[in-house]
Design a protein around this ligand. Sequence first.
Ligand code: GAL
Length: 635
Amino acid sequence: MKRTLGVCYYPEQWPQSQWAEDAQRMADLGLTWVRIGEFAWARMEPTPGKFDWAWLDQAIETLGNAGLRVVLGTPTATPPRWMLTKHPDMLALDQNGQPRGFGSRRHYCFSHRPYRAECARIVTALAERYCSNPHVAAWQTDNEYGCHDTTLSYSAAATHAFRDWLAQRYQSPQALNRAWGNVFWSMDYASFDEIDLPNLTVTEPNPAHVMSFRRFASDEVVSFNRAQTDIIRKHSAAPIAHNYMGQITDFDHFAVGADLDIAAWDAYPLGFLSDRLPATPEHRKRFVRQGDPDFQAFHHDLYRAVGRGRWWIMEQQPGPVNWAPWNPDPLPGMARLWAWEAFAHGAEAVCYFRWRQASFAQEQMHAGLLRPDSVPAQAYEETAQVAAELAQIPDVSTARADAALVFDYASAWAWETQPQGRDFSYFRLVFDAYKALRKLGLNIDILPPDTADLSAYKLVLAPGVATLSAPFLDALAIHQGIALIGPRSNSKTAEFAIPLPLPPNLPGLTATVARVESLPPDVPVPLTAGGNFLHWREKLEATAEVIETTEDGWPALIRADGLHYLAGWPDEAAFTRLLTSLCHKAGIETDPLPEGLRRRDSATHRFLFNYNAVPVEWGGEIIPPAGVSWQPHQA
Ligand code: GAL
């Protein structure tokens, strides 16, 4: 498959007289795709029911005539002001019951049925008008579901929809009371209409109530998106994407992805390192202009799974962004490195955000490929270089990895609902495992939690999955390779109770988690073989073989055949040691990489990425700062 480049463009933000020149420059730069439309509802429908398509027809025509292929976004993330006049109760309410008002974007509640009807109307109009337009080659639904903390809403619309959802799931209030354990603190309900959302309670609400709300909220995003994909598919055969984000776990991306053809994500490596990622001050400083060396790759692998093989970068950081606490300039070469890293992980397309920096409004400090005065900005030349290189390297298809790591959105909700230790973050636990594998030079596949066939993998990891699914447990029972489950895996029922018999209840592994403890970050538990458990550990009563212990004598790692259970959260040294030994048992070669250097094997090539600001020598080759190198695999 030919890998391609693109850019995000907002024709409605520029004079029409500029479009043709912009389009020509995009084509000359070597871009294939241009994404438009996702914030333009007020220009598509300036007053209720009165559409203005002339400008959009013209924009698509102009871009298409330059040879570009258009990704057309549905504009439902930015309903116009008149929508609020028409539906004053369409806003989401925050946890304190305050409306999240007009004046930016994403000011809607996923559960508001009249707003959904408005979305169906505009999406139908768009799909009907552009379904046979030869230039419209892909669609994007909405924009970044969940961005700005918008998955959860505590509105009246959400309350009503939640009650319906509960009635369908539990059938009777009595069944719900039993499932949630509402006898505790006299929380029984006599009717579904008595059940409110789990905010504004005196102290913490029942975690089963919260988990139901989280599942419901995720389902609302899924059905909101599906309403759009159903309409588009009726009219158009072009693939449909959504642009997801980094480290956002508020809804089940796999479930949304089931209705899409392509999973896309928006990669802002410097913003993420500054804003989101757990990291030491030294790490932040070292990679301040490059981004974390594993964060992008993790999401590439995650979204390859969400897209069932088909995935894109819909927005790639080109220079300083505007929204992080600090917004440094990327090291020269990074806009190229980030793109190549995505291609090496199987991205079909990488689109930069955005074409020209706007001189107005919220994102005026956000770089584009062009400066506000239309002069090329730093990433422009790097983009041209990637385009030229893509023409020379014909295919970088991904190969299946030997190692797989399960990612489960519901577990993120579970451990946010009841962390038990303040810093217990599911994302961080999985990411720690991912980093350790990647530093050993491995390719990694990420798997959804209901994966039913593990036979292709020599090594499978499922840390922290709150409730292991029946298909996964069945697959584990017959898996011939090495598996590492735990800590905290399978420790809750689907209704968020402690299972009986006690966890972990893994096939063929006789062990009981007799008690658990969470620990402040400065209280490590040393392991006899080196390294520590941090944050969390478990006391196992086991008849399975004990392979490692803590210095105070608790089993740390046990196994029955290839199936291992890990009774704590290893620090970097312990993870590296443990995973090295499991890789060897599994017959996977490890190759510890120097700090900041990362590797990825595609089906045809071995890629090296230097995230350091200094050159690194590896395998007889010197890779410059922000450098990328690739070699065909030796036959
Ligand atoms: C993304 C969003 C874009 C733009 C960008 C700025 O989250 O989808 O519309 O706001 O961030 O970095």
